[in-house]
Design a binder for this molecule. Structure first.
Ligand SMILES: NC(=O)c1ccc[n+]([C@@H]2O[C@H](COP(=O)([O-])OP(=O)(O)OC[C@H]3O[C@@H](n4cnc5c(N)ncnc54)[C@H](OP(=O)(O)O)[C@@H]3O)[C@@H](O)[C@H]2O)c1
Length: 276
């Protein structure tokens, strides 16, 4: 039986572990999880009987073929230093950390590495997990991890150079969409006597229906706009405002997130003592 180790049990690791177990893609006995806080491990053991937990990362990776690194980018180097002597030639390292490149990881481990960016909406088995493998694979072993991720999401292989923007469009986007519609709700409340609950309910239902329509009917965003914003109508007035203001907003969103990525990447690269 191949074993799967998760180092770090935060928001994303929890989503992945719950998803793999809920869908039956993995069994509790196949998992070993380590994190810094003992109480979180006890909670996990109660939730998924049979799961093995460890407070020590080195102990956790022993005997595991797949090792998921689920800590924050700036913690990756320390975790790798701790587990490096225990990784085997056939270990498959899977990093979910933004801003940590395959080159960073390869400077510490010469085996199989996959970088992934999951998304919070895979908690409901939706969304896209971005994937990029290093060059150390035969195709079938790449498929194992893609199949596993496929139990909770769609899986999209992309070039590492596109990871940041693609992560904005798939993973950060969940927060962006929530932020956009939060503002829409606030405006609705400011300009009416609707309660927050009423306004939120309306937007939530409309958002869900719009996503369902786009997906189920496979119609484009532009077609959706033209179907609703008929010429000379009321929606058209609002769409014009959005089309004027939003290109600047979204260009700035991407510029700012890329800036942040670059900053963190530089710190990580320095931690790994790598040249640019
Ligand atoms: N949040 C997202 O939507 C998202 C999406 C895609 C990718 N990511 C990536 O996912 C990674 C984790 O993000 P997150 O949101 O899950 O963060 P998080 O909730 O803060 O979880 C990080 C976890 O790492 C643990 N940890 C830190 N240092 C450790 C060490 N030395 N040994 C063992 N465990 C350690 C922490 O343990 P304690 O709790 O015990 O302190 C915590 O459980 C990040 O690298 C991020 O870039 C996040």
């Amino acid at each position: 039986m191949d074993k799967y180790c998760f180092i770090g049990y935060g928001s994303m690791a929890k989503m992945l572990i719950d998803g793999f177990l809920k869908t039956g893609a993995l069994k509790a006995e196949e998992l070993v999880v380590s994190t810094r806080t003992k109480s979180k491990l006890m909670e996990l053991e109660n939730k998924w009987p049979g799961i093995h937990t460890e407070i020590n990362n080195g102990e956790a990776v022993k005997g595991c073929k797949y090792v998921f690194l689920c800590v924050k980018p700036l913690d990756i180097k320390d975790v790798l230093a701790e587990i490096k002597p225990l990784l085997r030639d056939d270990t498959h390292l899977i990093s979910i950390a933004a801003c940590v490149t395959i080159k960073d990881l390869e400077s510490e481990f010469s085996g199989r590495i996959t970088k992934i960016i999951p998304t919070f909406i895979s908690e409901v088995e939706e969304g896209i997990t971005l994937v990029c493998h290093n060059s150390r694979f035969e195709s079938d072993s790449r498929n194992n991890i893609e199949e596993l991720l496929g139990a909770i999401s769609s899986v999209k292989n992309i070039k590492e150079e596109n990871f940041e923007i693609a992560a904005d469009l798939t993973s950060c986007a969940v927060g962006f969409i929530a932020a956009i519609f939060q503002e829409f709700i606030e405006a609705g409340i400011r300009q009416s006597t609707l309660t927050r609950e009423e306004a939120e309910g309306m937007v939530r239902s409309t958002l869900y229906g719009t996503a369902k329509l786009l997906q189920a009917k496979d119609i484009s965003f532009n077609e959706t706009i033209s179907r609703v914003a008929t010429q000379g109508g009321i929606t058209e007035e609002g769409v014009k405002v959005l089309q004027k203001g939003l290109p600047f907003v979204f260009d700035t969103v991407l510029e700012k997130t890329l800036e942040k990525h670059d900053k963190v990447k530089t710190i990580v690269r320095n931690q790994f003592n790598r040249e640019p």
